[in-house]
Design a protein around this ligand. Sequence first.
Ligand SMILES: [Zn+2]
Length: 428
Amino acid sequence: MGVDVQEVGRPRVPLWRFALLAAFALSSAVAALATIVPSTGAELLLAKAAVLEPVAIRLEEALLPAPTTYVREDRLQRGDTFNGLLARLAIGEADTGQLLRQRSLQLLRPGTVVTAEVRAGGDRDGELVWLAFLCGRDTAVRIERVGQSLVASEQRAQIETRGVLKSAVIRSSLFAAADTAGIPDAVAIQLTDVFGSDIDFHRELRQGDRFSVLYEMHSVDGRPLRSGRVLAAEFSNQGRKYRALRFADNYYAPDGKNMRKALLRSPLELSRVSSGFGMRMHPLHKAWRAHQGVDYAAPAGTRVRSVGDGVVEFAGRQGGYGNLVIVRHDSRISTFYAHLKALGRGIRSGARVAQGDTVGLVGQTGWATGPHLHYEFRVAGAARNPLSVPLPAGTPVARHDMDAFHARAQELAAQLDLLANGQVAALE
Ligand SMILES: [Zn+2]
């Protein structure tokens, strides 16, 4: 495809990686470019490759790539084993053995976030490309593949933070799209949080939905260490477009309205595990009309969260509902969470809950043939379809902050527009 590797590549990085990155950019409608401070060679190449020969790509082929590498981030938990962590990062056994012999792995402490790029599919499935983490305040550990061996380096270094702009089209699931675009899970999960009042990520995602996101990437020497906060994002869901801009620790729409509404659309958080169940393109839930509620298929034990602040009105066993929690949000609105395996800590009649608090775990108590959450949304006692009920909005940008917000919003929106009008459009 005519990419001159010599011209833009850094000589230390093997050729196949550039070929891979270039193939990525062309094959998955991904464009990445650094936006706040100068970018690495690889990203320049991505941006460049994305506009090189866009016309020659057939869309059907371009949009259905098997991702060839994944970027995963995970935290070493207290009581965790290295084996457990490496397995969660999807690193194969051959490399796990080699990694466990690396002295620098001993520098890992509970709470440390480890980022890894790992190959997927084919003979080299599970092969580590690189792994990095920060120990102490300014020492970065990086373990990189050199031929058959993994070579560790420690670097006393300054952490740089820059913005990374990426875009992806949803074909099967949010996480698959993020993988394809090389967007870390932590960023995908932040997106579900930012847009969680507008989109029910379990039921409303459709093939062809797309998103662009500007997020922080902390790096050392231009090499990624871990992702940071989402600064701006756009999500197109079933033709409706939502934009969110970070300002003063909150996310707002371009007009200054708070993205966070009084209630979340979904009582289930989206995760890699739950998305395999609930986020299918043809979800397993029953129609709302049939039984006055919504059923979310999810593995037993999945956390169920209160969709808004409120007071627990009922917590306990109730006939066909099995273990049931009812939360009253205001004088009119209440929500029901049924078939729970167990109730959340401190969940009893009269207890206060905040939005996102755990009310219980998915189970199959009462009249349930398999583990799922039965969720009801009631207004003045009558069941309503939670997807179609307008939700009260959170606090907008304060009047005296409006000028500062607009200035910042313009800056961030301009970045998103780059993708909206640029490389991605060119691919279509
Ligand atoms: Zn149900």
